[in-house]
Design a protein around this ligand. Structure first.
Ligand SMILES: Nc1nc2c(ncn2[C@@H]2O[C@H](COP(=O)(O)OP(=O)(O)OP(=O)(O)O)[C@@H](O)[C@H]2O)c(=O)[nH]1
Ligand SMILES: [Mg+2]
Ligand SMILES: [Zn+2]
Length: 350
């Protein structure tokens, strides 16, 4: 999980490639408005369902229909879950797929972000209530990755929920072992849901957790994020990918995030239950955040900082450190403290 540090020349090259790509996208948009002429003046509300290349799928608030849109110039990156304003394009040729243009972004309630290759924070999804951190026996769960997601969720005010999927593949003994590994998170107070997309075990618990919320499923490739959404929404027909037998790793099947709805049984009105499927990650770097903020992502460690003698205690080896004392008393886990220290050391000082 070492942070990928690029030298200035590499950063400059990547930035140049990105700028050129952006220029091409903008050019395409320019052509689009030349091609279509005027926009209808009526402003509609909608939600971004998916964003790929120069086009977006949005859900129109009034009809619930999915409408393919282009993006007006000078709008920042839009992501799944964004609330937007869009306008219809007039006089379209019959076979044209793009039906409208997104013209404004409404303020975001929450935003999950991660750094891109140039260490700039890039939004991943917006207006999310819950981060579903999906893990599995194969690919094997990785506490370092879980902790990084927890930091991202806590710092963005998003409720984290842990999931262990593929429980159908486990013997009692294996299940016990994995439950023991996840117990540290249960003790902190994070909900943990055990599921099988294959046998549907645990799906009722999951549904209860999701109800009325906007949730994004994240985790390594191959843990079964898309399979879980397919199990909840058989009509979604999301592509699933094999886990490689050679490496026990997923094959990066989902390439763009997409938002789905579970229709409420009682009424069609908000709050909807919304699920966002996201591409599996290799790593989840946090090196664009402040060193001082990392502790806020370790909520049970943060509580103990009140007992540190020094206000600027780094909790590494200072005398009378509340965290080191809590560790001696068995109040916090050594694994979590090490994980905290590892993340702090991987974050550049600003
Ligand atoms: N036995 C078993 N296999 C599962 C389960 N859930 C998913 N799988 C299998 O795991 C593999 C990966 O599933 P996906 O749903 O594509 O995983 P993903 O997390 O969406 O992966 P990316 O899109 O690459 O990030 C597929 O072969 C699924 O059939 C489960 O609960 N039990
Ligand atoms: Mg997938
Ligand atoms: Zn301390």
């Amino acid at each position: 999980m070492a942070g990928r540090k690029l030298n200035r020349r590499q950063q400059w090259r990547i930035q140049k490639i990105q700028d050129e790509r952006l220029a091409r996208v903008k050019n395409k948009q320019q052509n689009l408005s030349e091609k279509f002429g005027q926009l209808d003046e009526i402003l509609h509300s909608g939600t971004i369902v998916s964003h790929f290349g120069a086009t977006l799928d949005i859900e129109a608030q009034s009809s619930g229909h999915i409408i393919r849109c282009a993006l007006r110039q000078n709008i920042e990156t839009l992501v799944c879950g964004d609330k937007i304003v869009w306008q219809k394009l007039q006089n379209l040729p019959e076979d044209e797929q793009v039906q409208g243009v997104v013209t404004a972004l409404k303020p975001r309630k929450t935003v999950l972000a991660r750094p891109d290759f140039t260490s700039q924070m890039k939004p991943v999804a917006a207006n999310i209530d819950q981060l579903l951190i999906v893990t599995s026996p194969i690919p094997e769960l990785n506490e370092g990755l879980i902790d990084r997601y927890l930091v991202a969720a806590e710092l963005s005010n998003i409720q984290p929920v842990l999931m262990l999927n593929k429980i159908d593949t486990l013997s009692d003994e294996e299940r016990n072992r994995l439950e023991q590994r996840l117990k540290v998170y249960q003790d902190i107070g994070y909900p943990i849901i055990y599921t099988s997309a294959k046998s549907q075990d645990g799906m009722d618990d999951l549904l209860k957790q999701l109800e009325g919320q906007v949730s994004v499923f994240v985790g390594q490739s191959g843990v079964g994020k898309s399979s879980i959404i397919n199990a909840l929404l058989p009509d979604a027909h999301i592509k699933e990918g094999e886990v490689s037998l050679a490496t026990n790793k997923g094959t990066h099947t989902t390439s763009v995030s997409r938002l789905y709805h579970i229709q409420n049984q009682q009424s069609d009105s908000d709050p909807h239950t919304s699920l966002i499927d996201s591409p599996g990650v290799r790593e989840f770097g946090l090196w664009a955040i402040n060193k001082e903020d990392v502790i806020h992502g370790f909520i049970e460690l943060q509580e103990q900082t009140h007992y540190c003698r020094f206000r600027d205690c780094k909790h590494l080896n200072e005398p009378n450190c509340g965290l080191l004392e809590a560790l001696d008393k068995g109040k916090i886990s050594a694994q979590r403290l090490e994980s905290y220290q590892r993340i702090v050391n991987s974050v550049e000082s600003k």
